[in-house]
Design a protein around this ligand. Structure first.
Ligand code: CO
Length: 233
């Protein structure tokens, strides 16, 4: 119990501070939450969702897993998205990756970590889909950075392909799906240039996201070849 004592102590101090600053804060949240945003991020302890965007409890609905992956059939993430869109009616979905992601690095290098390898296989699918682009980069660090970005973009597209989001668009509900990436080194978020507000935005998503890396990559390239042969680096 002693190792948890500090947490209880911190919690009491935090609750007192919040109540001191806003006596109605907790009673208000008890009755309602109405966040405008759904955050899909990495479980990494260095990327605390609310803190890095300065939002209070009640303002951000959060789903986190290893390497911020949204798998088409993952009942967990899809249920979070459904609840956020249909019940809470969030207006913006943010997929936020981060540079230095250990899950992405393990996927890039084919590390064997155990059960999580099966989860990271989805990131390896992203790696293999973009094999040529990654191989063109010279260092493991550059490939790691780029795979962190590519993974966010692919997950934004996965969110956009869910029945939940497509049904919301079909009935005229306004929901944007956005890709951001966080820097552990400077604490700053960057916009990856991918903002999808409806199915019509999906075909141009790659082109727009590549503008983020303009000069380094061909901004006119279209959908990558998904039949690339696996070649671990
Ligand atoms: Co991570």
């Amino acid at each position: 119990m002693s190792e948890l004592d500090e947490l209880f102590s911190n919690n009491r101090a935090w609750a007192e501070k919040m109540t001191r600053e806003d006596p109605e804060f907790f009673s208000r949240l008890t009755h309602q939450q109405s966040p405008a945003y759904l955050w899909v991020g990495c479980a990494d302890s260095r990327v605390p969702a609310n803190e890095i965007v300065g939002l209070l409890p009640g303002e951000l609905f959060v789903h986190r897993n290893v390497a911020n992956v949204v798998v088409h059939t993952d009942l967990n993430s899809i249920s979070v998205i459904q609840f956020a869109v249909d019940v809470l009616r969030v207006r913006h979905i943010i997929v936020c990756g981060h540079y230095g992601c250990g899950g992405v690095l393990a996927a890039l290098r084919d590390d064997r970590l155990g059960l999580v390898d099966n989860w990271l296989r989805h990131v390896q699918d992203v790696r293999d889909k973009h094999r040529d682009e990654l191989k063109a980069l010279n260092s493991i660090d550059d490939r790691h950075d780029r795979l962190c970005e590519l993974n966010v973009i692919e997950q934004v597209l996965n969110v956009s392909q869910t029945t939940v989001v497509r049904d919301a668009w079909a009935r005229g509900q306004s929901v944007s799906v956005n890709g951001l990436i966080y820097g552990l080194e400077d604490g700053l978020l960057q916009d990856l240039g991918i903002h999808i507000n409806g199915v019509d935005d999906i075909p141009d998503a790659w082109k727009n996201s590549r503008a983020f890396r303009s000069g380094e990559h061909d901004a006119t390239s279209s959908w990558p070849d998904s039949t690339a042969v696996v070649d671990p680096y």
